[in-house]
Design a protein around this ligand. Structure first.
Ligand code: NAD
Length: 410
């Protein structure tokens, strides 16, 4: 399998060609501060004990405590977690929130576990990493196949170990346990704000635009809902099992209701494969599943005008170059999906204050952060005459290196 961290190195090589970075700076940017690699036991329902393999990578903490989600997926590996942690450090810097970057993962197919086994797995993972996490050290959150309920079990486990309440140790919690209003759809809402700013720059309106969305979990389902409500024609969506397509636009509220009731996407439009979905002629393609979905081999088949990266790392560096040549604009992950970590930050602030905001307040603040971040990236990309991705990278890297210098670490 492709080592995802090699993508990070390739991306930094590209940045070097545009911005002036020394070997020392590149060395600092590619070296995680801490890597935790654990195995831990989980009692299964049949009484047997299974050992699971998990990771936590804290990439860079120059700007604040590290922050990043936890992924439960069978293909989780160190290269992937390291890359996701690196992207988190950059993402927090792009939106200028006072965090470094981290990521965690457990190699597991959660669909094969019962709810009780999943709870024991979540608790077991926290038991094995609790010393390195905490509201002022490293703050986890949900990612692929982890949910607010899983965050609740993790919070409970952590608090029972340390013997006191500390809701700010994890974000993406249920509202009843100190979660923030709006966190559930914040990644997609943030992406929608970024898209809207870009459309303003090119003098376009979202209404009537054709959209395809890959992945129909947290990020994918909410962006489909938001863009449908804006009058876009969402013509295709997919999850890990199936894709559906309707040239006239899918009934997204109906699809959402059906998927939440049955867990299935079937019953709407025509069946479509994931690779067919990616090559549909659309205005906006939203990869919202996993990394490396648009790679060298299929980049030529992409027929979209704009790619809004809600997933992390969905476009490989080789594919990125091919898309740029074709004039396809990529609104990059570290900007486009930063709404999630931004509202996680708001959740943490509310937890530290013990005082909670209305949903309108959260969305108003999110809109301000995303709009300003888009503009900061736009200014940087114009200054360096480069892509949105390179602009976002340069902006973030300069902010991280400035913090490193001020700390006397560079
Ligand atoms: P999720 O678990 O809620 O949903 C994942 C979705 O992807 C599911 O619908 C699943 O069926 C689908 N999927 C999995 N493999 C697929 C495949 N090969 N082809 C098509 N679909 C596939 O996860 P999520 O939180 O929505 O995360 C999706 C992406 O967004 C990830 O890259 C994640 O890192 C990124 N992201 C999420 C957040 C967040 O707040 N949830 C924030 C930033 C970035």
């Amino acid at each position: 399998m492709m080592d995802v961290f090699s993508n990070v190195r390739l991306q930094l090589d590209k940045i070097r060609q545009v911005a002036d970075l020394s070997d020392k700076e590149i060395g600092l940017l590619t070296s995680p501060k801490r890597i935790v690699d654990v195995t831990f036991p989980v009692k299964m329902d049949d009484g047997s004990v299974r050992r699971f393999h998990g990771f936590r990578v804290q990439f860079n903490d120059a700007r604040g405590p590290t922050k990043g989600g936890i992924r439960f997926h069978p293909n989780v590996d160190m290269g992937e977690v390291k890359s996701l942690a690196f992207w988190m450090a950059l993402k927090c810097a792009v939106v200028d929130i006072p965090y470094g970057g981290a990521k965690g993962g457990v190699e597991v197919d959660p669909k094969t576990l019962s709810a009780n086994e999943l709870e024991r797995l979540a608790r077991g993972y926290i038991k094995s990493i609790f010393e390195v996490i905490g509201a002022e050290k490293d703050i986890p959150a949900p990612d692929v196949y982890t949910t607010p309920q899983i965050m609740a079990w993790m919070l409970d486990e952590y608090e029972s170990i340390i013997g006191k309440h500390q809701p700010g140790m994890i974000t993406g919690k249920p509202i009843e346990l100190g979660g923030s209003l709006g966190r559930g759809y914040s990644t997609s809402q943030g992406g929608a704000y970024v898209l809207k700013e870009y459309l303003k720059v090119i003098g376009m309106e979202p209404a009537g635009m054709k959209v395809a969305v890959q992945g129909f979990g947290n990020a994918g389902s909410h962006i489909a809902r938001i863009l449908h409500a804006w009058g876009c024609k969402v013509i295709a969506v997919s999850d890990s099992r199936q894709g559906i397509y309707d040239e006239d636009g899918l009934d997204i509220p109906g699809v959402l209701e059906h998927k939440s009731r049955t867990g299935e996407l079937t019953g709407f439009g025509k069946a479509i494969t994931n690779s067919q979905l990616l090559s549909l002629p659309v205005d906006i393609l939203v990869p919202a599943a996993l990394e490396n979905q648009i790679i060298k081999d299929n980049a030529k088949t992409i027929n979209a005008k704009i790619i809004l990266e809600l997933a992390n790392g969905p476009v490989s560096p080789e594919a990125d170059a091919a898309l740029e040549k074709e004039g396809i604009v990529v609104l990059p992950d570290i900007l486009a999906n930063a709404g999630g970590v931004t509202v996680s930050y708001f959740e943490w602030v509310q937890n530290l204050y013990g005082y909670y905001w209305s949903e309108d307040e959260v969305m108003e603040k999110l809109s301000m952060v995303m709009t300003k971040s888009f503009k900061d990236v736009q200014v940087t990309r114009q200054k360096y005459a480069t892509s949105f991705r390179n602009g976002a990278y340069i902006l973030a890297i300069n902010r991280i290196l400035a913090a490193e210098r001020l700390r006397g670490r560079l």
